[in-house]
Ligand binder design. Structure first.
Ligand code: TYM
Length: 332
């Protein structure tokens, strides 16, 4: 059975982008057809300016949301990254495998570093090295496939490169993983700024639908989505990104092809209304289940404890092998 690993970072409240680009596929497909691990990757949340209490709160909230969305702990392993030491143990070995230049070239590093600098917050060294930690997350488990949204493909490529390089230098140790993407919803754009990705930590929340937004908030945000003023509704991501984004969201929620859907509408108002209702319907059961689970933190805590134990047992032998392969003396 294929092994898959994917993660989500608790830097903000989870968004519709996280759901359509990643979580929904984990819930509806991956956990049934693969041996899957899903992690709230809290160490990654420390790579930018952060508030400790908020990260702790968001970590629990993200884990609760993953279960609310339908991850079943009897079918897959759900855990918090920092509960399993193997990630940081392996990350150092991969830092000794990666080159400074290949990390500095990462698009996300360049974007986030310039944002942090502009905010006067300084750029943390971990922001540069976090793709190596992500590679460790993936390689520690012998992962075959990594289901991610489009924005993470470059990072999975780095994990591939590091696996190949390590294996060549020190002997076969790691499976070489590959990224997989959803057919639609791989890149949900910000509703107010449809040329940038809908992200958790965008400055303005008006263009971001959060999984825990209530129905009226979703309707308001989708209703105010920026579109262009062309009279004919056609699907064109490059020329008409706002319209294309709404069509993508509608298609991702309800099935169908965004190009075909474009032909079915004659007004922006009707499209926005249907897109909003489709999102409301999609998120309602997740919100409801989240409220139930949030009132039972002991259950969620138990799932995470068991998940971490399982994950540790899976990662440990491979990471120990990597320690020996690279030349470290095993403890006597
Ligand atoms: P993160 O937390 O930014 O995103 C989690 C997942 O959601 C997808 N995603 C989107 N998909 C479509 N449209 C969007 N607007 C959108 N926004 C986010 C992301 O592609 C991702 O699949 N570094 C990673 C987390 C990570 C990880 C890993 C993932 C750490 N280690 C190992 C896979 C394997 C991150 O920050 O994701």
């Amino acid at each position: 059975m294929k092994r898959i690993f994917s993660g989500i970072k608790p830097t903000g409240h989870l968004t519709l982008g996280n759901y359509l680009g990643a979580v929904r596929r984990w819930v509806e497909e991956e956990q049934y057809r693969t041996d899957a691990l899903f992690s709230v990757v809290d160490l990654h949340a420390l790579t930018v300016h952060h508030d400790p209490a908020r990260v702790r709160r968001l970590t629990l909230q993200a884990a609760t949301l993953l279960l609310a969305a339908g991850l079943d702990p009897a079918r897959c392993t759900v855990f918090v990254q920092s509960h399993v030491d193997e990630h940081t143990r392996l990350s150092y070995l991969l830092e000794c495998t990666a080159a400074d230049g290949e990390l500095r070239r990462m698009i996300q590093y360049r974007e986030k570093a310039s944002r942090a600098e502009a905010a006067g917050q300084g750029v943390r060294l971990s922001l540069l090295t976090c793709p190596v930690l992500m590679a460790a997350d993936i390689l520690a488990y012998g992962t075959d496939e990594v289901p991610v949204g489009e924005d993470r493909t470059q990072h999975v490529e780095l994990a591939r490169d590091l696996a190949v390089r390590f294996n060549r230098r020190y002997g076969h140790t790691f499976t070489v993983p590959r990224a997989t993407r959803p057919r639609v919803g791989a890149r949900v754009m910000d509703l107010q700024d449809p040329t940038s990705t809908m992200g958790k930590s965008h400055a303005s929340p008006a263009g971001i639908v959060h999984l825990l937004d209530d129905a009226d908030t979703v309707r308001r945000k989708v209703g105010r989505a920026v579109t262009d003023s062309g009279s004919e509704l056609v699907y064109d991501r490059a020329e008409r990104p706002g319209l294309a984004n709404l069509l993508d969201v509608l298609a991702a929620c309800g099935g169908g092809d965004p190009r075909d859907l474009a032909g079915a509408y004659t007004s922006y108002g009707a499209l926005k209304k249907d897109a909003a209702e489709a999102v409301v319907e999609l998120l309602a059961p997740v919100r409801k289940r989240h409220a139930e689970l949030a009132s039972d933190p002991a259950y969620v805590g138990g799932v995470l404890r068991e998940g971490a134990e399982r994950a540790r047992a899976m990662a440990r032998p491979r990471v120990d092998t990597a320690y020996r392969a690279i030349g470290l003396l095993p403890p006597g």
